[in-house]
Design a protein around this ligand. Sequence first.
Ligand code: PBG
Length: 322
Amino acid sequence: MLQRPRILRKNRAIRELISETILSPNDLVAPIFIIEGENKKEEIPSLPNYFRYSIDKAIEEVKILFSLGIKSILLFAKCEDHLKDILGTEATNQNGLMQRAIREIRSACPDIYIMTDVALDPYSISGHDGIVENEEILNDKTVEVLSQMALTHALSGADMVAPSDMMDGRIAAIRTKLEEAELTNVGILAYSAKYASCFYGPFRDVLNSNLSFGDKKTYQMDPRNRLEAIREVELDISEGADIVMVKPALSYLDIIREIKNRFNVPVCAYHVSGEYSMIKAASEKGWLNEKDAILETTTSIKRAGADIIITYFAKDLISLID
Ligand code: PBG
């Protein structure tokens, strides 16, 4: 035999020398769920060992994450039921929960990079990401509200806004709004190729944003499509996105790779709630080794081409990477 690939797998030292993919805390973004109140830390039933925090508790958690090397967070706020309406009015309240959380985290942890979710689903009675009229999700009216929402986040101190709604034209609208307000160093992380996925199930329990009717297939993408993802990414970059995202991650590794190869902007992958819960559930049953499963799946996302990984395993990964 002239070729023996096993030579390069002989022991740990040589395997480390030739390893192609290196996962680092620098790649990770931790999602943080905020609730009203004080001194609250609630475990989320569908996301075992993941929590919702009141702002004061979130600050403690963010400080811990920062000390562990996780320097970026993605904030989601759980809107109280009595503040929800059909227009998502609370989303643009400069004194809303999200906006207060941004200000307080910013002042307590000046160096943390704060990204914020921009979408109407937690604020809308329908659970949809847009304004609804006769069971139709209205694009342009929604985009107006989203850009105002993004502005309130930026004014509160967000470093980057992350529209997760999949309306057409929202990146351009947000970019224009930020420029008009001279918020010229606020970034946009675009959920560009966001698929209509069953893997968001646990997340909708977290924010109590389950749908009152229909599904999200008129705005989120069809899992059967690849070319459409390229088109969405192209549009978002042309409209001013700084980073583009593929979501979910594991069922869409081919899309991550394709976007990475084709475009010259950083690519982010969202390892979503259902992907977390699957590993948690199987390891609770003793069917998977949890640590190995976490490391293998997140490494595969990096290998596929993601520069940035948003994952509920961010904190667990710190010790695993070591
Ligand atoms: C909604 C939003 C969703 C997620 C992030 N933002 C759910 C949805 O589109 O229904 C999912 C995140 C996750 O599952 O971890 N704007």
